[in-house]
Design a binder for this molecule. Structure first.
Ligand code: DHB
Length: 302
Protein backbone atom coordinates (compact mmCIF):
# COMPACT_ATOMS: atom_id res chain seq x y z
CA UNK A 1 0.00 0.00 0.00
CA UNK A 2 1.30 3.41 -0.89
CA UNK A 3 0.09 6.92 -0.29
CA UNK A 4 -3.42 7.08 1.11
CA UNK A 5 -4.40 3.50 0.21
CA UNK A 6 -5.24 1.11 3.04
CA UNK A 7 -6.26 -2.53 3.37
CA UNK A 8 -8.68 -3.63 6.06
CA UNK A 9 -9.20 -7.38 6.37
CA UNK A 10 -8.49 -7.72 2.65
CA UNK A 11 -10.70 -4.79 1.63
CA UNK A 12 -8.68 -2.28 -0.34
CA UNK A 13 -9.61 1.35 0.09
CA UNK A 14 -8.25 4.26 -1.97
CA UNK A 15 -8.04 6.34 1.23
CA UNK A 16 -8.62 5.74 4.95
CA UNK A 17 -11.99 7.53 5.27
CA UNK A 18 -15.46 5.99 5.44
CA UNK A 19 -18.97 7.34 5.73
CA UNK A 20 -20.24 6.29 9.19
CA UNK A 21 -23.59 4.58 9.62
CA UNK A 22 -26.57 6.82 10.34
CA UNK A 23 -25.93 9.74 8.00
CA UNK A 24 -26.65 10.12 4.27
CA UNK A 25 -27.08 6.39 3.93
CA UNK A 26 -30.83 6.00 3.65
CA UNK A 27 -30.63 5.60 -0.12
CA UNK A 28 -28.20 4.04 -2.54
CA UNK A 29 -28.09 7.36 -4.36
CA UNK A 30 -26.85 9.31 -1.33
CA UNK A 31 -24.15 6.71 -0.68
CA UNK A 32 -23.00 7.01 -4.31
CA UNK A 33 -22.87 10.81 -3.88
CA UNK A 34 -20.70 10.43 -0.77
CA UNK A 35 -18.38 8.03 -2.62
CA UNK A 36 -18.10 10.56 -5.45
CA UNK A 37 -17.28 13.25 -2.89
CA UNK A 38 -14.20 11.25 -1.91
CA UNK A 39 -15.01 8.71 0.82
CA UNK A 40 -12.84 5.58 0.63
CA UNK A 41 -15.79 3.37 1.64
CA UNK A 42 -19.38 3.82 2.76
CA UNK A 43 -21.22 2.14 5.61
CA UNK A 44 -24.97 1.69 5.16
CA UNK A 45 -27.70 2.64 7.54
CA UNK A 46 -28.20 0.10 10.34
CA UNK A 47 -30.98 -2.26 9.30
CA UNK A 48 -32.86 -5.03 11.05
CA UNK A 49 -35.06 -7.92 10.00
CA UNK A 50 -38.36 -6.02 10.08
CA UNK A 51 -39.25 -2.40 9.25
CA UNK A 52 -39.09 0.03 12.21
CA UNK A 53 -40.66 3.48 12.38
CA UNK A 54 -38.20 4.93 14.86
CA UNK A 55 -38.94 7.50 17.54
CA UNK A 56 -41.21 10.53 17.17
CA UNK A 57 -39.60 13.99 17.06
CA UNK A 58 -37.60 15.55 18.57
CA UNK A 59 -34.92 13.00 17.66
CA UNK A 60 -31.88 15.29 17.46
CA UNK A 61 -30.42 17.96 19.75
CA UNK A 62 -27.61 20.12 18.40
CA UNK A 63 -24.96 21.12 20.97
CA UNK A 64 -21.95 23.40 20.54
CA UNK A 65 -19.68 20.36 20.68
CA UNK A 66 -21.73 17.78 18.80
CA UNK A 67 -25.12 16.13 18.47
CA UNK A 68 -27.33 13.95 20.59
CA UNK A 69 -29.61 11.74 18.53
CA UNK A 70 -32.20 9.09 19.24
CA UNK A 71 -33.68 8.16 15.88
CA UNK A 72 -34.75 4.75 17.20
CA UNK A 73 -33.04 2.72 14.47
CA UNK A 74 -35.67 3.58 11.83
CA UNK A 75 -35.28 1.43 8.72
CA UNK A 76 -37.37 -0.28 6.05
CA UNK A 77 -36.22 -3.80 7.01
CA UNK A 78 -33.41 -5.68 5.34
CA UNK A 79 -35.39 -7.09 2.40
CA UNK A 80 -36.68 -3.67 1.28
CA UNK A 81 -33.28 -2.03 1.85
CA UNK A 82 -31.31 -4.47 -0.33
CA UNK A 83 -32.01 -2.52 -3.52
CA UNK A 84 -30.45 0.59 -1.96
CA UNK A 85 -27.40 -1.45 -0.95
CA UNK A 86 -27.13 -2.83 -4.48
CA UNK A 87 -27.38 0.69 -5.97
CA UNK A 88 -24.72 1.97 -3.57
CA UNK A 89 -22.19 -0.30 -5.34
CA UNK A 90 -22.30 2.21 -8.23
CA UNK A 91 -20.18 4.54 -6.11
CA UNK A 92 -17.16 2.40 -6.97
CA UNK A 93 -15.97 2.10 -3.37
CA UNK A 94 -16.47 -0.76 -0.89
CA UNK A 95 -19.94 -0.79 0.70
CA UNK A 96 -20.11 -2.07 4.27
CA UNK A 97 -23.54 -3.22 5.46
CA UNK A 98 -24.53 -2.22 8.99
CA UNK A 99 -26.95 -4.58 10.74
CA UNK A 100 -28.62 -4.90 14.13
CA UNK A 101 -30.89 -7.38 15.85
CA UNK A 102 -32.12 -8.69 19.17
CA UNK A 103 -30.38 -12.08 19.24
CA UNK A 104 -27.40 -13.95 17.79
CA UNK A 105 -29.70 -15.75 15.36
CA UNK A 106 -31.48 -12.59 14.22
CA UNK A 107 -28.27 -10.64 13.65
CA UNK A 108 -26.78 -13.59 11.75
CA UNK A 109 -29.87 -13.77 9.53
CA UNK A 110 -29.86 -10.02 8.75
CA UNK A 111 -26.12 -10.19 8.05
CA UNK A 112 -26.66 -13.12 5.67
CA UNK A 113 -29.29 -11.20 3.70
CA UNK A 114 -27.08 -8.10 3.71
CA UNK A 115 -24.18 -10.15 2.34
CA UNK A 116 -26.40 -11.35 -0.51
CA UNK A 117 -26.41 -7.76 -1.86
CA UNK A 118 -22.68 -7.94 -2.50
CA UNK A 119 -21.32 -5.88 0.40
CA UNK A 120 -17.56 -5.93 1.04
CA UNK A 121 -18.13 -6.54 4.78
CA UNK A 122 -20.81 -6.38 7.44
CA UNK A 123 -20.65 -4.07 10.46
CA UNK A 124 -22.53 -5.24 13.55
CA UNK A 125 -24.21 -2.43 15.48
CA UNK A 126 -23.66 -3.83 18.97
CA UNK A 127 -23.64 -0.37 20.43
CA UNK A 128 -26.68 1.88 19.85
CA UNK A 129 -26.88 3.37 23.36
CA UNK A 130 -30.64 3.56 23.86
CA UNK A 131 -32.61 0.84 22.03
CA UNK A 132 -34.48 -1.68 24.13
CA UNK A 133 -33.15 -5.19 23.59
CA UNK A 134 -30.85 -4.06 20.78
CA UNK A 135 -27.45 -2.43 20.28
CA UNK A 136 -25.55 -1.83 23.51
CA UNK A 137 -28.16 -3.74 25.52
CA UNK A 138 -26.82 -6.91 23.96
CA UNK A 139 -23.34 -5.64 23.10
CA UNK A 140 -22.11 -4.71 26.56
CA UNK A 141 -20.91 -8.09 27.81
CA UNK A 142 -17.88 -9.83 26.33
CA UNK A 143 -19.54 -13.24 26.32
CA UNK A 144 -22.50 -12.02 24.26
CA UNK A 145 -20.26 -10.07 21.85
CA UNK A 146 -18.21 -13.20 21.28
CA UNK A 147 -21.28 -15.34 20.63
CA UNK A 148 -22.83 -12.79 18.25
CA UNK A 149 -19.61 -12.47 16.24
CA UNK A 150 -19.32 -16.26 16.12
CA UNK A 151 -22.90 -16.64 14.85
CA UNK A 152 -22.43 -14.01 12.15
CA UNK A 153 -19.08 -15.47 11.07
CA UNK A 154 -20.82 -18.81 10.56
CA UNK A 155 -23.47 -17.20 8.34
CA UNK A 156 -21.47 -14.95 5.99
CA UNK A 157 -18.29 -15.23 3.94
CA UNK A 158 -17.39 -11.53 3.97
CA UNK A 159 -15.35 -9.88 6.76
CA UNK A 160 -17.27 -9.03 9.94
CA UNK A 161 -16.63 -5.81 11.88
CA UNK A 162 -18.01 -5.33 15.40
CA UNK A 163 -18.96 -1.74 16.26
CA UNK A 164 -18.44 -1.40 19.99
CA UNK A 165 -19.89 0.74 22.72
CA UNK A 166 -17.81 3.11 24.84
CA UNK A 167 -20.54 2.97 27.51
CA UNK A 168 -18.73 0.27 29.44
CA UNK A 169 -15.98 -0.07 32.01
CA UNK A 170 -13.82 -1.98 29.52
CA UNK A 171 -14.14 -1.57 25.77
CA UNK A 172 -10.91 -3.57 25.53
CA UNK A 173 -12.72 -6.66 26.90
CA UNK A 174 -15.43 -6.21 24.26
CA UNK A 175 -12.82 -5.87 21.52
CA UNK A 176 -10.99 -9.00 22.70
CA UNK A 177 -14.30 -10.89 22.82
CA UNK A 178 -15.12 -9.78 19.26
CA UNK A 179 -11.72 -11.02 18.11
CA UNK A 180 -12.19 -14.35 19.93
CA UNK A 181 -15.59 -14.71 18.27
CA UNK A 182 -13.89 -14.41 14.90
CA UNK A 183 -14.54 -10.74 14.04
CA UNK A 184 -12.18 -9.49 11.34
CA UNK A 185 -12.07 -5.96 12.73
CA UNK A 186 -13.50 -3.71 15.41
CA UNK A 187 -15.06 -0.28 15.02
CA UNK A 188 -14.60 2.10 17.97
CA UNK A 189 -16.59 4.00 19.09
CA UNK A 190 -20.35 4.30 18.79
CA UNK A 191 -22.06 7.22 20.52
CA UNK A 192 -21.99 7.95 24.25
CA UNK A 193 -25.30 7.67 26.08
CA UNK A 194 -26.41 11.22 26.80
CA UNK A 195 -29.36 13.55 27.34
CA UNK A 196 -30.36 17.22 27.21
CA UNK A 197 -33.06 18.98 29.26
CA UNK A 198 -35.04 22.08 28.28
CA UNK A 199 -35.25 24.32 31.41
CA UNK A 200 -38.33 26.20 30.14
CA UNK A 201 -40.28 23.00 29.70
CA UNK A 202 -38.61 21.28 32.62
CA UNK A 203 -38.39 18.14 30.47
CA UNK A 204 -35.90 16.12 28.44
CA UNK A 205 -35.73 17.41 24.85
CA UNK A 206 -35.58 14.08 23.04
CA UNK A 207 -38.85 12.17 22.86
CA UNK A 208 -36.85 9.12 23.89
CA UNK A 209 -35.21 11.13 26.74
CA UNK A 210 -31.83 9.46 26.11
CA UNK A 211 -29.78 9.48 22.95
CA UNK A 212 -26.26 9.05 21.62
CA UNK A 213 -23.69 11.86 21.76
CA UNK A 214 -21.40 12.22 18.73
CA UNK A 215 -19.03 14.81 17.24
CA UNK A 216 -16.19 16.88 18.70
CA UNK A 217 -17.27 16.10 22.26
CA UNK A 218 -16.44 12.40 21.95
CA UNK A 219 -13.20 12.45 19.96
CA UNK A 220 -10.85 12.29 22.93
CA UNK A 221 -12.79 9.30 24.28
CA UNK A 222 -12.68 7.58 20.88
CA UNK A 223 -8.95 8.12 20.48
CA UNK A 224 -8.35 6.73 23.98
CA UNK A 225 -10.48 3.66 23.21
CA UNK A 226 -8.64 2.96 19.93
CA UNK A 227 -5.30 3.39 21.70
CA UNK A 228 -6.27 0.90 24.43
CA UNK A 229 -7.73 -1.62 21.99
CA UNK A 230 -4.60 -1.47 19.79
CA UNK A 231 -2.54 -2.68 22.76
CA UNK A 232 -4.65 -5.83 23.04
CA UNK A 233 -6.19 -6.99 19.78
CA UNK A 234 -4.49 -7.88 16.52
CA UNK A 235 -7.44 -7.34 14.15
CA UNK A 236 -7.68 -3.96 12.40
CA UNK A 237 -9.42 -1.08 14.16
CA UNK A 238 -11.67 1.47 12.47
CA UNK A 239 -11.71 4.71 14.48
CA UNK A 240 -14.86 6.80 14.72
CA UNK A 241 -16.01 9.68 16.87
CA UNK A 242 -15.54 13.39 16.22
CA UNK A 243 -13.30 13.27 13.15
CA UNK A 244 -13.69 16.59 11.29
CA UNK A 245 -10.16 17.47 10.16
CA UNK A 246 -7.07 15.63 8.93
CA UNK A 247 -5.47 16.26 12.33
CA UNK A 248 -8.35 14.39 13.98
CA UNK A 249 -7.97 11.49 11.54
CA UNK A 250 -4.21 11.38 12.18
CA UNK A 251 -4.82 11.15 15.93
CA UNK A 252 -6.93 8.04 15.39
CA UNK A 253 -4.42 6.54 12.94
CA UNK A 254 -1.50 7.16 15.28
CA UNK A 255 -3.53 5.64 18.14
CA UNK A 256 -3.83 2.49 16.01
CA UNK A 257 -6.72 2.88 13.57
CA UNK A 258 -6.33 1.63 10.00
CA UNK A 259 -9.16 3.89 8.83
CA UNK A 260 -11.62 6.41 10.25
CA UNK A 261 -15.34 6.94 9.81
CA UNK A 262 -17.07 10.32 9.70
CA UNK A 263 -20.69 11.05 10.53
CA UNK A 264 -21.35 14.22 12.50
CA UNK A 265 -18.81 16.16 10.40
CA UNK A 266 -20.78 15.21 7.29
CA UNK A 267 -23.92 16.53 8.99
CA UNK A 268 -22.27 19.86 9.85
CA UNK A 269 -19.84 20.41 6.94
CA UNK A 270 -21.23 18.26 4.11
CA UNK A 271 -19.63 15.44 2.07
CA UNK A 272 -16.70 17.72 1.12
CA UNK A 273 -15.11 16.70 4.45
CA UNK A 274 -13.84 13.47 2.88
CA UNK A 275 -11.63 15.15 0.30
CA UNK A 276 -10.59 17.87 2.79
CA UNK A 277 -9.45 15.28 5.33
CA UNK A 278 -7.67 13.20 2.67
CA UNK A 279 -5.89 16.25 1.20
CA UNK A 280 -4.74 17.19 4.69
CA UNK A 281 -3.44 13.69 5.45
CA UNK A 282 -1.56 13.67 2.12
CA UNK A 283 0.05 17.05 2.83
CA UNK A 284 1.01 15.93 6.34
CA UNK A 285 2.64 12.78 4.93
CA UNK A 286 4.62 14.77 2.37
CA UNK A 287 5.77 17.29 4.95
CA UNK A 288 6.80 14.62 7.43
CA UNK A 289 8.31 11.97 5.15
CA UNK A 290 5.64 9.26 5.53
CA UNK A 291 5.05 7.10 2.46
CA UNK A 292 1.96 5.25 3.59
CA UNK A 293 -0.89 5.55 6.06
CA UNK A 294 0.11 2.09 7.34
CA UNK A 295 3.49 3.51 8.36
CA UNK A 296 1.78 5.99 10.70
CA UNK A 297 -0.57 3.44 12.23
CA UNK A 298 -0.10 3.08 15.98
CA UNK A 299 3.09 5.13 16.14
CA UNK A 300 1.88 6.89 19.30
CA UNK A 301 2.59 3.58 21.09
CA UNK A 302 6.35 3.78 20.53
C1 DHB B 1 -29.14 5.49 16.91
C2 DHB B 1 -28.35 4.40 16.63
C3 DHB B 1 -27.02 4.41 17.01
O1 DHB B 1 -26.17 3.37 16.78
C4 DHB B 1 -26.50 5.52 17.66
O2 DHB B 1 -25.22 5.51 18.03
C5 DHB B 1 -27.30 6.59 17.95
C6 DHB B 1 -28.62 6.58 17.56
C7 DHB B 1 -30.58 5.51 16.57
O3 DHB B 1 -31.00 5.00 15.53
O4 DHB B 1 -31.36 6.01 17.38
Amino acid sequence: MTGLEVDIAGIRMRNPTMLASGILNETGRSMVDVAKAGAGAVVTKSVGLEPREGHPNPCIVELKCGLINAMGLPNPGIDAYLEEVAFAQNGGVPVIGSVFGGSEEEIAEVAKRMASAGVAAVELNLSCPHAEGLGAEIGSTPDRVKRICGAVKASVEVPVFAKLTPNTSSIVSLASAAEEGGADGVVAINTLRAMAICPELGRPILSNRFGGLSGEAVRAVGVRCVYEIFDTVTVPIIGVGGVTTSKDALEYIMAGATAVQMGTAVWSDGPGVFSDVCDGIGKFMNANGYESVEEMKGIAHR
